[in-house]
Design a protein around this ligand. Structure first.
Ligand SMILES: [Zn+2]
Length: 396
């Protein structure tokens, strides 16, 4: 397939290039160049008037809780999402899998319509939870990165006594990992050093929540004398999620020891837990991506996430941030952190992209494409969404 005369955001730096052509072969972008001649029989699509941007990578979700939208709004973060005694965990345990699946499907559809072509999900519920999610999304074209976990949390005493992971749990973890893309750990406060170190042996993606709330940071210090992030790093994580209350020292450690941080600004705000300091995170050398977190708390919409993060960060720091930085967080940076050929329009990357109508009434005239996409565009400006070289939503 040959896409002709398009404006694109090219490569990891999202360079704006006008009037160029893209050849797609199979599932990937093959060639990006001006005036590409079509081969005999090749499908040709005129993309003038469109700007093609990489598909969004929603780098942190929990779509398993899509059934619990806006339940217990007045409660604290702990009361709502704590993995052991939170309202969410009770809902997940007491709802029929078929019902959970129905609402997960809705979230998938909603993400595709909003230009999300990949999502990375922390899936609760052990092996059953992972299999349910995988089965539910198998009929949708969206790309998924499923990070499972053993439904096992230690008590304070076990943590201070450094109790190791029981053999039965080790076997359970091995079965989970055979069926998904890696491990998504709830947090360091639920595990001893020994268990976190055991988890660090996972050969697939390793990810963990860290420093999401002030309380979780205080709990870690009180219980172990160490910061929550210091302990989270025992997992040897490829990525840390949140880091909203991490110290500068912890951010420096994260820059050295992980591939990056995924922030969830609207979810943090909705839980009254602050705003991640992306300026400091970038300054300390961290690669940054964005996730929309629990569907229970927040909508899986990357346009809203970018708009919110861009403006709230500038308002707090009274300092301008290049809109391109924010857009990279939603696309190419996530590809880097997850170490996949996603999030960029470049040769040999998966052909996952969004076709945005430059002449959409809310966008025209588009003087600054990056800023327009970050804070003006929405689902209504999307003409089509492509995943793996095939149109997954809309029409060209
Ligand atoms: Zn989360």
């Amino acid at each position: 397939m040959l896409l002709k005369n398009a404006s694109i955001l090219y490569g990891k730096e999202l360079q704006y290039i006008e009037n160029t052509d893209i050849r797609i072969s199979g599932k990937s972008f093959k060639k990006i160049k001006q005036n590409l001649a079509s081969s005999p029989g090749e499908e040709k699509l005129d993309c003038s008037g469109l700007v093609i941007i990489p598909g969004f990578v929603n780098a942190h979700t929990h779509i398993g809780d899509s059934i619990a939208k806006d339940i217990s709004l007045g409660s604290t973060a702990e009361a709502r999402i704590h993995p052991i005694h939170g309202i969410k965990s009770k809902i997940l345990k007491n709802t029929k899998p078929a019902q959970l699946a129905n609402f997960m499907k809705n979230s998938c559809l909603s993400m595709i319509k909003n230009g999300i072509t990949t999502f990375a999900d922390f899936r609760e519920g052990g092996l059953e939870g992972v299999l349910l999610l995988k089965k539910t999304i198998s009929t949708f074209p969206i790309r998924s990165i499923v990070l499972g976990r053993v439904e096992y949390y230690q008590k304070q005493k076990e943590i201070t006594q450094n109790t190791s992971l029981a053999k039965s749990k080790q076997t359970e973890l091995a079965a989970i990992l055979q069926n998904c893309d890696g491990i998504g750990v709830s947090g360091a406060n639920e595990y001893s050093d020994s268990v976190l170190k055991y988890y660090s042996g996972t050969k697939k993606i390793r990810a963990i929540h860290s420093a999401e709330t002030k309380q979780s940071c205080i709990t870690s210090k009180k219980m172990t004398g160490k910061s929550e992030t210091q302990r989270a790093l025992l997992l040897k994580p490829h990525l840390l999620v949140h880091m909203t209350h991490a110290s500068k020292k912890d951010l420096c450690l994260s820059a050295k020891k992980t591939r990056g941080i995924v922030v969830c600004p609207r979810a943090n705000a909705a839980l009254a837990e602050g705003i991640p300091d992306i300026e400091l995170m970038i300054k300390t050398g961290n690669t940054m991506a964005i996730g929309t977190d629990n569907v229970m708390i927040n909508s899986p919409d990357m346009f809203r996430e970018m708009d919110y993060l861009w403006k709230v960060s500038m308002a707090i720091h009274k300092k301008r941030i290049d809109a391109k930085q924010i857009l990279k967080m939603a696309t190419s940076n996530a590809g880097t952190i997850l170490n996949k050929k996603i999030g960029s329009i470049g040769e040999e990357y998966f052909a996952d992209c969004i076709f945005i109508d430059k002449h959409a009434i809310e966008l025209e005239p588009m003087h600054n494409p990056h800023a327009s996409i970050v804070h003006r565009a929405s689902e209504s400006a999307i003409k089509a969404v492509m995943i793996g070289g095939r149109i997954a939503h809309g029409k060209l």
